[in-house]
Unconditional design. Structure first.
Length: 519
């Protein structure tokens, strides 16, 4: 899919048709190359593939991963038409750019497959693959195909229209970086994709019922919550949202990591964040070597996302695989957290983040920690008020605060879903913290019935538990992974493989409940 970068419309059309179908590119096609926010470049958009309900079922049943998805999502009741949209949006500094994504429309004669349908606006998780395209589900090995197939099976094949942007900086986007966890930009990107998709629907037999459901996983959990906040602030109606396993309390999470609670994947997230915030604010560093060790500093600001696989970047010495910080404390006062040994069950995970082949310089960590002590976050290192740091002086902490989502209260129903043992996006520092802020006696407490929180890795509450089946399914899946590869396999697969399908099952059920209640 690297060939997609910089393609003209004609060559893109040819590739998509080869992948399994296409919309008419004749004289009826409308073009809008203005690049304006929310503009749809080609209308009708290209159709990647069209599957009847039976064809989609057979495709899923043909592979072990598809069979698992079929068991979770249920037998498709609708066919699915997958379209590829290109639209105008902005980058992290407000610069004009383009992005692409998927528009999935249910089809067929079964009840709920035609006529006005609710729209699921979906934000995907972190990827380092520049060629990521969630619309291209025709070949399972292509970047984005797995998540795209999940969306098609979980939502579109059950009667939801799906809008899923690839984000600026991916696929055919001309932006040379990705505005990673930039709450303002990413919410605009989502809203622009939605605007573009709504322009396409009348041309592809899709009808918007005026019911908007916002969800996303991991990075996408943060993006989904930021998007709900932005839509609410703009007075645009949201029916419900379901952020999943996201880094919502970004300031608290960042502090936790720098205090030594290094999460799995930190050496990938850190350069993505630094590049994103440097582009947006221009003050994270004067040069990359201010933050990163000399072995990695050169080119790290443009390294991710990449057309080179992540494993290859590790082998080439472009990034260390796990060692974020040096095993020598940046000052004697921080010896006990270099690495932390508490809690004991997490000490092995934290220890992976330290070594002599580290990414972030001790001087950068020291400056961060000194500011965290002088201007503490209300949630780290010990939970107190739960609020954000009042006036951080360190520029990275300022950027974290600017993109932290602890500053609003939703007016529509929200489901927060995750797993309490997540080694990548810590549940307690994010989901639990948001739950506390949105519950009494917090000044941001939501009215009764607006907030639902699901820990898929918790015990079932019995017959009265609406998520009992989800919890049981997760427990079985987790036990299966442990039986095959032991505890380490569970840690490695927990965030990226185990939790996502079960949280999506819960999100769909939550949305259906809200819709059924007249939401």
């Amino acid at each position: 899919m690297n060939k997609w970068l910089g393609l003209t419309m004609v060559s893109a059309a040819a590739m998509l048709v080869a992948c399994g179908g296409g919309s008419d590119l004749g004289g009826s096609t409308e073009t809008d190359l203005s690049g304006a926010r929310g503009s749809l470049m080609y209308n009708p958009p290209l159709r990647v593939t069209a599957l009847s309900a039976a064809e989609f079922k057979d495709r899923l049943a043909a592979s072990p991963s598809g069979q698992s998805l079929l068991a979770l999502a249920g037998v498709p009741k609708c066919g699915v038409n997958v379209h590829y949209i290109e639209y105008g949006t902005v980058g992290g500094a407000g610069e004009k750019t383009n992005a692409s994504g998927a528009l999935m429309v249910p089809s067929g004669d079964a009840a709920g497959c035609s006529g006005p349908r609710p729209v699921v606006l979906y934000a995907h998780g972190t990827t380092t693959d520049r060629a990521y395209n969630i619309a291209d589900i025709t070949e399972p090995t292509r970047p984005g195909a797995s998540e795209g197939s999940l969306l098609a099976a979980m939502y579109a094949a059950q009667g939801f229209i799906v809008v899923a942007p690839n984000y600026a900086g991916y696929d055919v986007s001309k932006l040379g970086y990705h505005p990673y966890l930039n709450a303002d930009q990413q919410s605009k990107d989502m809203m622009d994709a939605l605007s573009a998709a709504r322009k396409a629907l009348p041309r592809i037999n899709g009808q918007d019922a005026g019911k908007l459901l916002v969800t996303g996983y991991s990075q996408g959990g943060h993006v989904a919550m930021a998007t709900h906040r932005a839509l609410q602030a703009a007075g645009q109606p949201v029916t419900a949202s379901a952020p999943m396993s996201g880094p919502y309390a970004l300031g608290a999470f960042g502090d936790a990591v720098y205090y030594g609670n290094v999460n799995l994947g930190a050496t990938v997230f850190t350069p993505l964040l630094a590049a994103s915030f440097q582009k947006a604010y221009g003050n994270i560093y004067a040069q990359p070597s201010d933050m990163f060790e000399a072995a990695y500093a050169t080119g790290i600001d443009t390294l991710l996302p990449s057309t080179t696989p992540l494993d290859a970047l590790f082998k080439q010495g472009k990034l260390p695989q796990t060692q974020l910080f040096n095993s020598q404390p940046p000052a004697p006062a921080f010896a006990s957290i270099t690495p932390p040994t508490q809690p004991p069950e997490l000490a092995p995970l934290f220890a992976l983040g330290f070594g002599s082949n580290n990414l972030v310089k001790n001087s950068a960590r020291l400056a961060y920690l000194q500011d965290a002590i002088a201007n503490p976050d209300g949630a780290v290192p010990s939970v107190t008020t739960g609020g954000q740091a009042a006036a951080p002086q360190n520029t990275l902490r300022q950027a974290f605060k600017a993109n932290d989502l602890r500053n609003w209260a939703p007016k529509r129903p929200v489901l927060l879903c995750g797993g309490n043992a997540d080694p990548t996006v810590f549940y307690k520092v994010n989901t639990t913290l948001m739950q506390g802020l949105w519950s009494a006696p917090s000044p941001l407490a939501l009215p009764a019935g607006l907030l639902t929180v699901l820990d898929v890795d918790s015990a079932s509450g019995g017959a009265a538990d609406p998520f009992a089946a989800v919890k049981a399914g997760f427990a079985n899946a987790k036990a299966g992974v442990a039986a095959q590869g032991g505890a380490n396999a569970v840690v490695q697969s927990y965030h990226g493989t185990l939790v996502p399908p079960f949280c999506n099952v819960a999100a769909r059920a939550f949305f259906q409940q809200v819709l059924a209640s007249g939401g």
